[in-house]
Design a protein around this ligand. Structure first.
Ligand code: 13P
Length: 251
């Protein structure tokens, strides 16, 4: 049985006023029990405050990206160790917005995931095809290539989390169908098992892309969907908690 992870990616949204949303989420989780892991990855400026507010509660915190190096002359970047120092337990790497906006390659993503392990963080490694690639019938090939190149060989004691996020479903309101998600997640699971054996069978695979309370139940009920990576809907406590509920109702 794989423990689900419901993760919010706040992207570049939120100032300190959003700490009230954190409080609502924490209170919501307290009254719900602890059947799944719940995580928020806020902007870096909020990570320390969010981690502090989440201490001693079921809510976990994480970064949205990290640099591969431990320290050095990299203006504006954040080391994985800094995320851990600020209280984070996870870090998202290789999000399609980083791949597109910052030209990150799968080799870069693998180096970042290795840095996450070095710092004791769990990396959430994102992969996903563009609409053009899907329409050209290349979705599974692209995903297999990205997965192979982005995941470190030594996947750490805690193991990595993989997030399938079709680029065309992110922030567009266009959610992938359950058939599409099922096909991709099954292929990812097979590849993880082939590469990591029994450990690959236990790794979490999240779906991300316009996940909302209305569609979360169907997506999270698929065998190889072990949670969600949620953008827009994670900015509202009620929506995020409703997705969490949809996740645990399938356990
Ligand atoms: P949306 O849920 O806003 O589509 O974003 C998904 C995502 O990119 C999470 O990392």
């Amino acid at each position: 049985m794989i423990r689900s992870l419901i993760a919010g990616n706040w992207k570049m949204n939120g100032t300190t006023v959003m700490l009230s949303v954190v409080e609502e989420i924490v209170n919501g989780l307290k009254s719900r029990g602890d059947e799944a892991d719940c995580l928020i990855c806020p902007p870096a400026t909020l990570l320390y405050a969010l981690s502090d507010a989440a201490t001693g509660t079921p809510l976990k915190s994480g970064g949205q990206d990290c640099h591969a190096e431990l320290n050095g002359a990299h203006t504006g970047d954040i080391a994985a160790e800094m995320i851990a120092d600020a209280g984070g337990q996870y870090v998202i790497v290789g999000h399609s917005e980083r791949r597109a906006d910052h030209g990150e390659t799968s080799d870069d993503v693998r180096a970042k995931a290795e840095a996450a392990f070095r710092a004791g963080l769990t990396p959430i490694i994102c992969i996903g095809e563009t609409l053009e690639e899907r329409e050209a019938g290349q979705a599974l090939n692209i995903i297999a290539q990205q997965l192979a190149a982005s995941l470190p060989d030594n996947d750490g004691d805690a193991g990595a989390v993989v997030a399938y996020e079709p680029v065309w479903a992110i922030g567009t309101g266009k959610v992938a169908t359950t058939e599409q998600v099922d096909e991709v997640h099954t292929a990812i699971r097979k590849q993880l098992e082939e590469r990591f054996g029994a450990k690959g069978a236990g790794m979490r695979i999240l779906y991300g892309g316009s996940m909302k309370p209305e569609n979360a139940g169907a997506l999270l009920s698929l065998t190889d969907v072990n949670g969600g990576l949620i953008g827009g809907a994670s900015l509202k406590a009620a929506d995020f908690l409703a997705i969490y509920d949809a996740g645990i109702s399938n356990l």
